[in-house]
Design a protein around this ligand. Structure first.
Ligand SMILES: O=C(O)c1ccc[n+]([C@@H]2O[C@H](COP(=O)([O-])O)[C@@H](O)[C@H]2O)c1
Ligand SMILES: Cc1cc2nc[nH]c2cc1C
Length: 337
């Protein structure tokens, strides 16, 4: 599928997802067993490389063209005082990404990833979700499409990142809506709000859940009612990567909330993804548990902008280089056990 032309078509795609390439996975598993190391000595790197083989469809894969995309969006709820920073920082950081001055520019460069920045109508924030749906259906579709089209079909690895002042609030609202539990368990300090800010975030999320109670059973309606453009774009991009056969590294809490929407639509939706890292935003660990994902890194990051996902490119590249580049016992003349 080259594009999505309606929300219904997206739903259809999500219920008919492409499968992994089991024969590439099988060949990679057999090769891994012959490599010059004690069985299992590369630990989680072995399963990681085999996972990449299955989802890239290459028995002896290489990672040469990773792509990081940062989706930026603005949020009506930001006006309610839910962030430690003012909303204009979203646009200012977009300029910083474009000028090469942000953390993600340095991390992408370090791991040989191309980086794209996609700003989604920053001068038209979503509606405050305590007052009405954050997005119209047409806003939702347009953000899903923007995300879908941002994925370079030639990329061999994709990292979904975001920038959006206030967006830990919609991310928490999505998680609370789809997974239940106490709102406080999903709300955290984001960019560093104080106790009053934290209490405000909880009441905003409570009000959003109450306002949209009738649509909470449907994941895409939750995304429309409580989400944001960059969150919907990340969801669209993760789905597009599946369509193109491109494995994905997820980033932090907001990226994982976008991924959760897809997972709620189809429990197999994230099989082509790995959690790049566990963020310091407290609810991220809980969210990853629900998604059944073990993070590759846990470095206390709470930056967003794809940073944790992009750092994990290094780990995945190392895993794949070992699988594909190591000699076998027979090739190296090393005695097998
Ligand atoms: O990725 C994370 O887990 C993460 C945790 C806390 C904050 N952030 C970033 O900080 C912004 C959202 O924080 P806030 O306080 O404005 O909701 C947004 O630009 C995110 O990229 C990101
Ligand atoms: C400065 C700044 C940089 C960011 N990068 C991602 N989210 C961010 C939030 C702020 C406030």
């Amino acid at each position: 599928m080259r594009d999505i032309s309606s929300v219904a078509e997206f739903r259809d795609f999500m219920s008919n997802l492409p499968a992994a390439d089991d024969s590439a996975g099988q060949a990679a598993t057999e090769r891994n067993a012959q490599l010059t190391k004690p069985p299992g000595a590369l630990g989680d790197l072995e399963d990681l490389a085999i996972w990449y083989a299955r989802w890239s469809g290459q028995a002896r894969p290489r990672i040469d063209a990773p792509q990081v995309v940062i989706f930026a969006g603005n949020h009506g709820v930001a006006a309610a005082g839910v962030s430690a920073f003012p909303p204009e920082v979203t646009q200012q950081m977009v300029y910083n990404f474009q000028a090469g001055g942000a953390a993600i520019n340095q991390i992408s460069k370090t791991f040989g990833a191309k980086m794209d920045v996609v700003a989604l109508e920053l001068d038209r924030p979503t509606q405050d979700f305590t007052q009405g749906p954050a997005m119209t259906e047409s806003d939702l579709l347009s953000a899903l499409q923007t995300g879908w089209l941002a994925v370079d079909p030639q990329a061999d690895l994709f990292v979904a990142g975001e920038m959006g002042i206030g967006n830990t609030t919609p991310a928490a609202a999505i998680a609370a809506a789809l997974l239940g539990g106490a709102v406080q368990d999903w709300v955290g300090r984001g960019t560093g709000v104080d106790d009053a800010g934290l209490a405000k975030k909880c009441s905003v999320v409570e009000a959003g859940l109450a306002r949209h109670a009738e649509v909470l059973h449907d994941p895409l309606s939750v995304l429309q009612a409580l989400g944001g453009r960059e969150i919907a774009a990340m969801a669209g991009s993760i789905a597009a990567a599946r369509a193109h056969g491109i494995p994905v590294l997820l980033d932090g809490f907001i990226c994982s909330a976008a991924a959760l929407v897809l997972h709620a639509m189809n429990p197999a939706a994230l099989d082509h993804t790995q959690a790049g890292h566990k963020s310091a935003e407290g609810a991220h660990a809980r969210l990853l548990e629900h998604l059944g994902k073990t993070p590759l890194l846990s470095l206390g990051l709470r930056l967003g902008e794809g940073s944790g996902g992009a750092l994990a490119i290094g780990v995945l590249k190392g895993a794949v280089a070992c699988l594909s580049g190591m000699a076998t016992f027979a090739e190296a003349g090393v005695s097998d056990a």
